[in-house]
Each structure stands twice: as C-alpha cells, then as structure tokens.
Ligand binder design. Sequence first.
Ligand SMILES: Nc1ncnc2c1ncn2[C@@H]1O[C@H](COP(=O)(O)OP(=O)(O)OP(=O)(O)O)[C@@H](O)[C@H]1O
Length: 658
Amino acid sequence: MGTRLRITRRFPLLALLRRRPDPAGGEPGDPFEAELPELSAHVWHARDGELAETGMGTMARRLPAVIAQAAGLAWRANRADTTATISLNLAAGLFTAFGLLATTGVLTALFSAGPTPGRVRDALPSLALVAGSVALRSGLQAAAGWTQARLEPQVQRLVELRLYEATTAADLTALDDSSFLDDLQRAETRGMNAAPQVVQHAVDVLTGAVGMAAAAGTLGVLHPLLLPLLLLTAVPEGWASVRSARLRYATMLALVGVARRKWILSSLMTERRHAAEVRAFTMRPFLLGEYDRFAAHQRRVELGLARRQTTTKITGDVLKGLATAGVYIALGLLLWRGWVPLAVAGTAVLAIRSGQTSLANLVFAVNQCYEEGLYFGDYLAFCDAAEARIPHRALPARPTLPDPFGRIQVRDVTFTYPGSDAPSLRGVSLELRRGEVVALVGENGSGKTTLSRIMAGLYDPDGGEVRWDEVSLADVPQDEVWSRVAVIAQEYTHWPMTARQNITMGRGPAHRAGGPEDPGVLAAARASGAEEVVADLARGYDTLLDRRFQGGAELSGGQWQRLAVARGFYRDAPLLICDEPSASLDARAEHLLFDRIRDHAAGRTVLLITHRLASVRYADRIYVLEHGKVTEEGDHDTLMSRNGLYADLYTLQASAYR
Ligand SMILES: Nc1ncnc2c1ncn2[C@@H]1O[C@H](COP(=O)(O)OP(=O)(O)OP(=O)(O)O)[C@@H](O)[C@H]1O
C-alpha cells in the first residue's frame, strides 16, 4: 500500500487513471485494487518517472536525443537509404520555399496596372517557375517516400535481432524475475514495433520542419510580423497532442500487467497442449471468466482514456481556431494600413496555409516521434538491462576446462533463487570422477535440479565453486562449460522440428549433421530407444514433429522423452547430466535406458537424478540431498546399512513390489 501511495502522490495522472469511479456503476474508489487485487501490487514499478516529466518543455528537450537515436538506428540499418531520405527531403523543402517566393512574382504581375493579357503574359515566367518547382518538389517527395519505406523493414530486422540476441543470452535467473518479464513484454509487444515508427516520424519531423522553414522564411521575407503569428497557431495543437500522448502512455503503463495476464490466458485457451486439460477439467468458464475480468478492466481504463483525449482535442481545436482567426485579422490590419501590398498579402495567405499544413504535420510528427520514442525507450532500456545480464566474466588468463578431466568437485556450494527467502542449496559438496555414474537422490524440492543446473553452468553459485580438476567454472566462459556438458532435463522442449533436428540441434551450427546415415544420429537413437519411435514415423527422421503443420506427427510423452535422451547422447559431451530421464518411460524402456546410460558412460561421466531407486543401485556413488544439504553419501550397500533416508525410501519402494 505504501508503494502505491507514494507513486500516486508523485504521479497524479496515474492516480487519476486509477481512482476514477467505476463507470459501469460499481463502487467508487480504486478500481485496480477492487477489480484486480492480484496485480495491484506490482504494476507500478517501471519508468513512471518519464511520464511525470513529460510536458512540452520536456518534449522539446528530449526530442533531439530521440531523433539522434532514430538517426543512429537508421544509419546502422542502411547508410545509403538514410542519406538519400534526408537529402531528398531537404531538397524538396528548398523547392517549396522557391515555389512560394515565385508565387509573389506571379501575383505582383497579375495585380499590376495595365491590360489583362499583358499582365498574364508578364506573369508567365514566374508561373513556369512555380510549376517547375511544384513538379520537382513532388518528384523529390515521392523519391524520399520510397527510400523511407525501404528503411522500415531494415530497421525492424535490426531491433528484432538485438532483442532476441539479448534474451537468449541473458542469465537464466533473469527469466525468473517478474519485473524483467514485464519489461520484456513491453519491449517485445510495443517497444520493438516503435523503432521503425520512430525512424519514420523522425523523418516526418524533418520533412515538417523543412516545409515549415520554407513557409516561415517566405513569410519573414514578406513581413517580419507574420512569422510569430504563424508560430502562435502551433501552441494549442502542440499542447493537445502532448497531453494526449501522455494520457496514452499512462494507460499503457497502467495496463502492462493486465496485458501480460491476458496474453497468458489467451495462450491457455488457444494452444493445443492445454486443450485436452481445459475440456477434461471443464476449465472453460473459469478461464473465460478470468479473461473477461481483465478485458473489462482494460476496456474501462481505455474508455476513460478516449473520453479525456476527446476533451483535450476539442479544447486544442477551439484554441487553434482562435489563433488562426487572430493571424488573419492581423494580416487584414496590415493590408488595411497599407503596410503590405495586395500581391504580398496574397502570397502571405498561401504561405500561411502551407506553413500551417507543415506546422500541423510537424507538431503531429514531433508528438508521434516523442510518443513512439517513449516506447522505443522501453525497448532500449530493456535491451540494455538484458545485455547487462549477459554474464561477461573478467577472464584475464582465460583458462580452459581440462580435456579429459580427472574429477569434478562441487565445493561448499550455496544458492538462493532471486526473490526467494530460503536458500535452495546450503553448502553442498560432492565429487564425480571420470567414468563414474554418480546418483543424486532426495525428496521433492530437496535441490537436485538446482544443483545439476549449477554443475551445468546455468546458474552461478552464491558461494562455493565447481571445479574441473584445478579449473573453477567461474573462470571459464559459460559457452565452454555448456559445450562440455549434455543435460537431459526434467522439463524439456518438444521442439517443433523434424525428428532428426530434435536429435541434432543441440550440437549447434558448427556441427553439420549428415543425412540419416549419420552414425552419430543412429547411435544416439539406438541407445535412447528413439530408433523404434522414428521407425514408425511416416517420413522417418524427416518427419516434422508438430501437428500444427500439415503432415506433422505427434508423439507420446515417453516417445518424446526418448528423443530428448537421444539429443543428450548425441551431444557427446564428457559430462552427461540426466535429470529424471525415465519419468515417462515404460518399465522395459526404463530398464534398457539405465543399462544404456551405463554403456554410454564408458569414458564419460554421468550425474543421474532419479526417484527410481532401483536404478541407482548400481551407481558408483549415491548422494542424498535433504533441504539443500548432502546428508548421506556412499554406494548402495553403505547407505542401506546406515538406515537413513535412502534406506527408508528404498525399502518403501521395494515393499511396493512385494
Ligand atoms: N526458478 C525458481 N525460482 C525460485 N525457486 C525455485 C526455482 N526452482 C526451484 N525453486 C525452489 O528451489 C528448491 C529446490 O528445487 P529443485 O527443483 O532443485 O528440487 P528437486 O530436488 O529437483 O525437486 P523434484 O524432485 O521435485 O524435481 C525448491 O524449494 C523450489 O521451490
């Protein structure tokens, strides 16, 4: 509550958005808290400050930076197109000014004394200049539009790549962090699309500014008083646009948690893997109800936004109308007093109209550029934050992991997940010698998976270390650790690729897997039992394992697991970590798998995590984890004679078969 109060005090607009009485007639008060209490605690945490500072002054101050970012982005995307877009727009502006000034010549000739045919004849050269400059300006503007359109997809590609490069390399703990996920959602759904928009609007700002400068220059030449009057008409429109943008951004911030929740719910209701459970558990009304609760809240907030934006626009339009009337009254006075001749006043009217169009475009583009710049700022901030979470180790000597190693030691490792109160590992030590099969057992939540992830280099321990002979994992690049470890994870992905790719993709692009005759693929498939699965597929190894595509096949849980094991075997790494590799396997497949793991271990080292204690009986050593600590270690016979947790669990399982 304290945080919310502080925030609404700092940002009254947010308070306004949140405190409006329920338009549907519900109880007045804080709709967010009343409607979505589960989200009210953590929605208001990011970048609210930017919004609070937004005003015309801030916009003017920040705009150059936004434009510079857009220019930098466009420059990196394509230098030639960027240069062409800018120069073509500048040239088009020059011809606008030239055309306006040439108009004075036409009007002066037409309004001079003498017979009409003579006056028209005198006006012809200036008229030709006007026609020529209009034609040239149009041609240049069309060419500028084309180069600008070319830039857009190139910019989009650049920003998409940057985001995905960062998300796939960021520290794994980042993806357990809800504020990181909120920021990711905002950057991906809104910020990323804002990038090409920022570039486009930055060019529009340039175009508007050039057109405006052309009109202003012409007016300045005609009469100095006309220029400030023209600028005056920009103020109300500018104010209305800035206020609208501010309201929109506030709404987006207010709704980011809601949008993420809706997105999660929509995938639960549309994705195939949830479809059976949704039906069997009759979850439909619950899911639809949840979705509707969020959608209704979003609708209420957005209707409120539309109402306030409309009021703002009407106010801006009225003020602009008054300012325009003022400009024309002033022009009339100048004419009446004889301070400007009629031909000049005529050109001035044209210049004012042209200037106002450019000004309206400029104000709109500035506003759009700033608004999209806010979203783009979210994207940039997220990319910076994600890139900062890519583990870069200071590795002066760059030692490499020994190949082959003699033993892997886990020394006094402690680890607490970010945001958790209790540590998941509390001073764990164990040892794996080359060629050994070492088992890790323990009850649910005892820390087995966490420890295996630390050993695989996926998490860095808070304390203690993992050593391969004398080299600590903390001293080598993570890529190197990953390339030396194969993990058959408890939760693995059903990759929507072909059967062959499901086996080979873990070896990276450097390793070009061959055709079906690739002996590595065949050996891994045979060892894991995936060979029988592939034999039943219509196109063998080339069958696409995704029912969402025509001709795609679906596998059973155990069949998928065999492929996951094959992927682990195919990696051919010196350390194989198997985390519950047999959870979905039938009894025969499970029995075979443990035999094969033992065979596969010849020369390699295996860390085996399983609840099937019959399978760990023959492990070289067994470690028992309890509440993040090793409480027992030794081979099967030693542990049985100790009568500890292992003996308890083993006896319990064995008795079930008696
Ligand atoms: N991503 C996470 N964020 C926060 N806490 C986590 C996370 N993953 C696991 N934990 C916590 O860490 C502790 C150890 O979990 P871990 O998955 O390592 O247990 P486990 O022994 O592998 O359990 P199981 O036998 O059920 O697979 C648990 O208390 C769990 O709640």
